[in-house]
Design a binder for this molecule. Structure first.
Ligand SMILES: Nc1nc2c(c(=O)[nH]1)N[C@H]1C(S)=C(S)[C@@H](COP(=O)(O)OP(=O)(O)OC[C@H]3O[C@@H](n4cnc5c(N)ncnc54)[C@H](O)[C@@H]3O)O[C@H]1N2
Ligand code: MOO
Length: 398
């Protein structure tokens, strides 16, 4: 049986960047930026008033002048037309362009205005105080967004600022999600005591959605060889096929055998890890990846988080994903030689992780209070409280 680090390395080697495409700015949220973006002009593009107040020449202030006549009122979105001279000021609004000769702004609350004359109060002032200077955030042509990068809301804002109406992003893969099992029913169907609802299909849909893979083809198949073969034959034409259940040692676990028959080339079957040991992965004749994940809910979440997400990371142009190191705040021991993954919660009272109690990988509540998965390395018998361990957060894409 292959070790977890070797299995992960095998997946990482196979992941190559997806093709690129342009997508409208409106649809870029959550997509992965594929090309670097540069500032189209200086930012700020002009000396921007950062406060509502009065713009004067700093020399006047230094020379002790405290009374100024208003030359012009400048609003945001408007260019100034007048030049100032000693003893004059501009009344200026936040966001307006500060004319070149004005070198400091005194806030409105530090001044008294009467009959077009302003008396300024402020104690000490520095040149360019309350003025955001042209180019201080980014110079024209500067690298401003380095790909790959997930288009989070603040990135969308930045793309808009620099005028990107079409964004170069990585193409989304076509994904098929095939769940299996006679005991599994749709969530809206009547349910018998011996049946369970198809939570893994919805788990996988939701996990994929985090990558903006919004419309996977989702099919449920009974434990019937012919039906399974027919469905998988079509499914493996996808870029990524995710199969769930039917991969361990039961009489109805047909998935590995059928994948072999369909010409899917096995990468590995069974990994020395828990949960998730029965996982099967392969490469389909059309070049797509096939991941057959074990059916228990926590095994499904764990194997997706570790293998499919690592694959997506690299396919979306990122370097290999590196887990965080955080201290476990409790003791933990194990007797086997498997790499164990266990749900943990980030502590709020101090820096570290708490164990999330659960009844094994079939427990539907195992992930409920967890922020991610921590790793108990294969060779280690025990982890002592305070020891730093690898941590893979859920919903972390960078
Ligand atoms: N003799 C052995 N038995 C088992 C082994 C083993 O090595 N030798 N491995 C165990 C481990 S570990 C796991 S995990 C499971 C995985 O089995 P399968 O991937 O074949 O999955 P199933 O048997 O079909 O189902 C397991 C479990 O998960 C439930 N399930 C299945 N599909 C769904 C779904 N779509 N939504 C929610 N829950 C699902 C299913 O009802 C079962 O309870 O095998 C062990 N056995
Ligand atoms: O993958 Mo299994 O989860 O160890 O029950």
């Amino acid at each position: 049986m292959i070790s977890f680090p070797d299995a992960l390395a095998a997946i990482n080697v196979l992941a190559k960047p997806f093709d690129k495409e342009f997508c409208p700015l409106e649809d870029a949220d959550g997509r992965i930026l594929a090309d670097n973006c540069f500032a189209d002009r200086n930012y700020p593009p002009f000396n921007r008033a950062a406060m509502d107040g009065y713009a004067i020449m700093y020399n006047d202030w230094e020379n002790g002048l405290r009374e100024y006549k208003i030359t012009e009122v400048i609003y945001a979105g408007q260019a100034s037309e007048q030049t100032i001279h000693s003893g004059y000021c501009y009344k200026i609004m936040t966001g307006a362009t500060t004319p070149p000769l004005a070198t400091v702004i005194i806030r409105r609350e530090d001044s008294i205005e009467q009959d077009n004359v302003v008396t300024l109060k402020g104690e000490s002032l520095k040149p360019y105080q309350n003025i955001a200077r042209e180019g201080e955030d980014a110079k024209a042509g500067a690298l401003i967004l380095e790909a790959p990068l997930r288009c989070e809301p603040q990135i969308i804002s930045l793309l808009t600022s620099i005028g990107k109406t079409q964004v170069s992003v990585y193409k989304l893969p076509k994904v098929a999600v095939i769940t299996t099992g006679n005991e599994v029913v749709k969530p809206d169907e009547p349910i018998a005591a011996f049946q369970i609802r198809n939570s893994n299909q919805y788990l996988l849909r939701a996990l994929l959605k985090k990558w903006n893979i919004n419309e996977p083809v989702c099919i449920h198949v009974q434990d019937n060889k012919d039906a399974l073969r027919e469905t998988l034959q079509q499914a493996i034409l996808s870029d990524i096929t995710i199969i769930n259940g039917g991969v361990s040692a039961g009489d109805a676990d047909y998935v590995p055998q059928i994948l072999h028959e369909l010409g899917v080339k096995e990468i590995f079957h069974q990994v020395a890890m828990r949960p998730g040991k029965p996982i099967w992965t392969g490469k389909s004749p059309s070049g797509g990846m096939v991941f057959a994940l074990p059916g228990n809910p926590l095994s499904c979440l764990t194997t997706f988080t570790l293998f499919i997400e690592s694959y997506l990371y690299k396919s979306f142009g990122f370097k290999e994903r590196i887990p965080y190191k955080l201290p476990l705040l409790e003791n933990r021991s194990k007797k086997n030689k498997l790499t164990e993954f266990f749900p943990v919660r980030i502590a709020t009272e101090q820096f570290g992780l708490h164990l999330v109690k659960h009844n094994g990988s079939g427990d539907i509540t195992a992930g409920l209070h967890a922020n991610g998965l921590a790793v108990h390395a294969a060779e280690k018998e025990s982890i002592v409280s305070g020891e730093p361990i690898d941590f893979y957060p859920f919903n972390n894409y960078l």
